[in-house]
Design a protein around this ligand. Structure first.
Ligand SMILES: [Zn+2]
Length: 267
């Protein structure tokens, strides 16, 4: 209504209208530049970030621990009279052991008062990450602190607040006998990473604990320091850089110590 009045009103109104048109044209030009600027930044960011899946694909019924799905027709839930005959419309019941396939562990795993899947801070589950190449460590041997330090130096060092992903080269052996032959982490090697300021750790192996060793000593070294642990990582060999961005968010379930997680690396 206001604009219409100006267009068809008195001279002073028309003059005012033309000023407004100029202002609007100026604003439009600014918007075009701004849109182009934002679009350029957006596309350049998207183009520079190669997205790499660092999780294994779940195979229901094929995992070493329970992961079964039961498919049922959603017409058992939705009113049947709203469904067309033969229409594919399903839902699932899932029975899941939470330490399964690629999963992430939180302090509640070994500490009654520790954070669980729902309460653990999100800012410790994403950010800058360094990928350590430990593929030359012999099978079944212990990774020493010195070997870990050497790998860290080769990767450009560990910065305070880094996520550390350890590439043992075993992801391709997942679901085979050979997977259990992966090198083990000495407690000193874990402590080296903790002292360097690591905020989250991931490994392409069953875990970090020493078989037959002291009770959960490596888990305590991590989880007691609020360092979440991802087990059974995949895809590390697809990365071409040692410094990337990582995002690892499980769903927020109250009262769970661990849950499967989709880990994403962006380089
Ligand atoms: Zn686990």
């Amino acid at each position: 209504m206001y604009l219409k009045k100006r267009v068809y009103g008195q001279n002073n109104s028309i003059t005012f209208h033309s000023e407004e048109v100029m202002v609007r044209r100026f604003a439009a030009v600014c918007m075009i530049f701004l849109t182009g600027f934002v679009f350029t930044i957006g596309t350049s960011h998207a183009q520079s970030g190669k997205v790499v899946d660092l999780s294994h694909v779940f195979q229901p019924g094929m995992e070493s621990r329970t992961f079964d799905i039961e498919t049922f027709g959603a017409d058992g839930v939705e009113p049947a009279d709203q469904l067309v005959q033969g229409y594919w419309y399903v839902m699932h019941n899932v029975t899941l052991h939470n330490h399964n396939c690629t999963h992430i562990e939180f302090p509640y795993h070994i500490s009654e008062r520790g954070d669980d899947c729902a309460s653990f801070p999100l800012d410790r589950l994403c950010g800058d990450a360094v990928v350590l190449d430990l593929r030359d460590i012999p099978a079944k041997s212990f990774i020493t602190a010195a070997q870990m330090e050497k790998a860290a130096q080769k990767a450009g060092g560990i910065k305070n607040g880094d996520i550390v992903l350890c590439n043992l080269g075993y992801a391709e052996h997942y679901r085979t006998e050979k997977y259990s032959e992966a090198p083990q982490f000495s407690t000193e090697s874990i402590k080296f990473l903790v002292d360097a300021g690591m905020k989250m750790m991931g490994v392409d192996a069953t875990g970090v604990e020493i078989s037959g060793g002291a009770h959960n000593v490596n888990h305590h070294a991590l989880l007691d320091n609020n360092i979440a642990l991802i087990e059974n990582l995949a895809g590390l060999n697809k990365l071409s850089k040692s410094r990337i961005q990582v995002y690892a968010f499980p769903i927020a379930v109250e009262g769970l110590d661990s849950f499967p997680v989709r880990v994403v690396g962006i380089e």
